[in-house]
Structure formats: C-alpha cells, structure tokens
Ligand binder design. Structure first.
Ligand SMILES: Nc1ncnc2c1ncn2[C@@H]1O[C@H](COP(=O)(O)OP(=O)(O)OP(=O)(O)O)[C@@H](O)[C@H]1O
Ligand SMILES: [Mg+2]
Length: 372
C-alpha cells in the first residue's frame, strides 16, 4: 500500500504528466509510475521521449516510430513481481506524430503539399513549444482511443516552463488566421519586406527561416501558411482539446527536480506557473537526493586502521555536507510550494536503466521506502 500522494493518483487518474528541467529524472519517474500502476492492476502506457538506450531496451523498445510495445510480464519475475495488468511503452517520434496530425487534419488536396514543404519539415524544431505540444497532442489522441486505464507522459527537456504550459496557445497563435494574413501580404510575397518583420511573429520564425535563402524562403513560407490556414479550424479544435486535457480533473502532474539550488529554483517557478494555470500538481519529486550517511558507517570507520579511517571519515563528512545541503534545499522547496507533497528519491549508485532499478525507484515514489 502506498503512503504517498502518488498512490491514490495511480489508482484514479487517467493521465499523468511528468514535467521538470532537463536531466532531472522525468523519463525515469514516468516509466516507474506506469510500471507500478500496471503491477497494481491498471493497464498502463508510458509514452517516453528520447529514453536512454539501455532503458529503452529493458522496456523492450527497439525503434522509434510511435509503436506501442507490451513489456513482457516475465521481465519482472526476478523481482518476485507479477503485474495484475499490462504495461506498454512507446517512444514518441515527434516527426511521425506531426505527420500523423497533418494527415488527420489537412484537407486531402493540401496534405502532400504540407508534408513536402520545407518550412513544415523544420517546424518540429523551429517552433518553440512545438515538441511539448505534439507530445500532449499524442496523449490526447491516445486518451481518446481509450485503450489504457492510465497513460503516463514523459516530456521533453524544456528550458522554460512556459514553453510547455503555453504550448497549445502558442500553436494556436502561430496558426492564427490573422498571422497568416499578415505574413501573406503582397509586399511580403514580393520579397519587399526585410527579415526583421518576422520578429513580430516570435523569434522561432526567424530561427526557422535562417535555414533558407531570400525568395526561396518566402515562397516556402507563404505556401506553408496558405496550406495551414485551410485547416485552422481542425487544429484549433484539437488544440482546445489538448488544453482541456491539461485541466481535466483526471489529469495530474508530477513535477520532478533534483536537489541542486538551480534546479530547485526552476522547480519553484514551474510550480507557481502550473498553479496559476489551474494544473493539478500531485507531487514534487526531488530525485537523486544524497542520503545522510548512516550512523553505522561512522561506527565501522572507527574500527579501521588510522590512515584508512581518516580517508573514510573524510568521505563520510563530504557526503554529510551534500546531504545537509540537500535537506536545506528541500526545506526551502517546502516553504515555497505549500500544500504540494514532496517525495524524495535517493541518488542510487548506478543509473536507473533496468526494471529492477525502476522498481526500486518506485518504492520511494510510493513510500514503501523512505529516505532517513
Ligand atoms: N535516483 C537516481 N539515481 C541515480 N541515477 C538516476 C536517478 N534518477 C535518474 N538517474 C539517471 O540520470 C539520468 C537522467 O535521468 P532521466 O533520463 O530520467 O532524466 P530526464 O529528466 O528524462 O532527462 P532529459 O531532460 O534529458 O530527458 C539517467 O541516466 C538516469 O538513469
Ligand atoms: Mg527524458
């Protein structure tokens, strides 16, 4: 039985979204939560983004391409665990998901033109927030299909929290009819207006356009905008659906952070933004916390030969300093995010790349084990 806030969430939510700064453990936490939910009886899918190769292998994922693969129950046998429901995993392929979306939404006569458009082809990297958007769009699609009781979404490393939270709105703005009209003014089509104009649309446009040259670029862009404007309504409707999914009572967010001061500051900002956006932050997971060295280690050190003892005690003191620094950071986090439960996961000696390590991570996430 779980003793943390994530227990009830695993039992009742339909969508869990793991968010946080780059490298803090989002993919690890997402995979762990889906694993745990499946073991406890809810069929689950973890939708991962760029997982470490070894983790992907241990989940049975071989290639990109949005294929959902069932993780065989046998891989959990060594842990003495037999899942009560199925666990599926997939690696989200951003490009394939965009293409899929265009295929669904675009009128048949525009489809090929868009897919072949070079501006479109750079869209997934060019438009800020487009990765975040397409990940959520995929979850929205999966949720509509209703094949799983729980979908856990891992998210891409995001430099700014707003890129993620604002993604549906940004995509809507970008596709806005007004913007399209603007970009398609005759002066622009004739190439009479300089590049600086595009700054009005946001720096992502300029970044995307840097790949092209003058007239070629304008032609590609105007073709793209023309084609896209024909399907604004379909896009809008879906973006509204994605936005609604973010606020749905059965969608919850797990904010992952590491205990380093910079990451904690980012987590505090992220948390505030999510609250402002009426998102349900179920828990703050502080991952890779340095545990305080156990008293027994000091006792053991005392029995060593003098030279060796000095070295071991020095290491223990260093570890204690790191653990105390983490504790102070976590206390600040608690003050800055009142009402949101904080769950600590220790820093393990090895990376979390196999099912056993995920299982151990889950013991902390669900409160079977607690950091001393
Ligand atoms: N508690 C832990 N102890 C030790 N290693 C960990 C722990 N949690 C995660 N790791 C390792 O840290 C690395 C980063 O974790 P992960 O890939 O889950 O982070 P991420 O937030 O998804 O990163 P990115 O933003 O790059 O997608 C991985 O190699 C993972 O195995
Ligand atoms: Mg990741």
């Amino acid at each position: 039985m779980s003793t943390t806030a994530l227990g009830p969430a695993l039992a009742s939510k339909r969508v869990l979204i793991c968010v946080g700064s780059g490298g803090v453990g989002k993919t690890t936490v997402a995979a762990t939560l889906a694993l745990r939910a499946a073991v406890e009886g809810r069929s689950s899918l973890v939708c991962t983004i760029d997982p470490a190769k070894r983790l992907a292998n241990s989940l049975g994922l071989k290639a990109l391409g949005n294929a959902e693969a069932e993780v065989p129950a046998s891989v959990l046998e060594p842990m003495g665990v037999s899942p009560k429901a199925s666990l599926h995993a997939m690696m989200l392929d951003m490009k394939a998901t965009w293409d899929d979306l265009i295929t669904r939404v675009a009128p048949p006569e525009q489809r090929e033109r868009i897919l072949a458009n070079r501006f479109y082809q750079s869209l997934s990297t060019a438009l800020a927030g487009s990765q975040e958007y397409i990940a959520m769009e995929k979850v929205w699609e999966l949720r509509r299909r209703d094949d799983y009781e729980l979908i856990v979404l891992d998210t891409p490393p995001t430099a700014h929290a707003m890129d993620f939270l604002d993604a549906p709105n940004r995509v809507l703005d970008f596709l806005d009819n007004e913007a399209a009209k603007w970009l398609l003014t005759p002066a622009l089509k004739a190439g009479k207006v300089g590049l600086s104009l595009f700054n009005l649309g946001g720096s992502y446009v300029t970044r995307a356009l840097a790949k092209f040259t003058g007239a070629e670029m304008l032609q590609e862009l105007s073709n793209f905008m023309l084609a896209m404007s024909s399907m604004n309504e379909g896009f809008r409707e879906r973006a509204r659906g994605v936005r609604a999914l973010l606020e749905d009572a059965r969608t919850g967010f797990v904010l992952v952070t590491s205990p380093s001061p910079e990451r904690l500051d980012e987590a505090i900002q992220f948390h505030a933004l999510m609250k402002q956006n009426r998102m349900d932050v179920l828990a703050l997971v502080v991952n890779r916390v340095h545990p305080l060295p156990a008293p027994s280690l000091w006792d053991e050190a005392a029995t060593l030969a003098p030279g060796r003892r000095t070295k071991v005690e020095e290491t223990l003191r260093e570890l204690r300093v790191l653990a105390e620094q983490d504790l102070r950071g976590i206390a600040q986090l608690k003050d800055a995010c009142p009402g949101t439960p904080i769950i600590q996961v220790p820093r393990f000696g090895l990376d979390v790349h196999d099912l056993t390590a995920l299982w151990n991570t889950g013991r902390y996430l669900l409160g079977d084990d607690v950091l001393a």
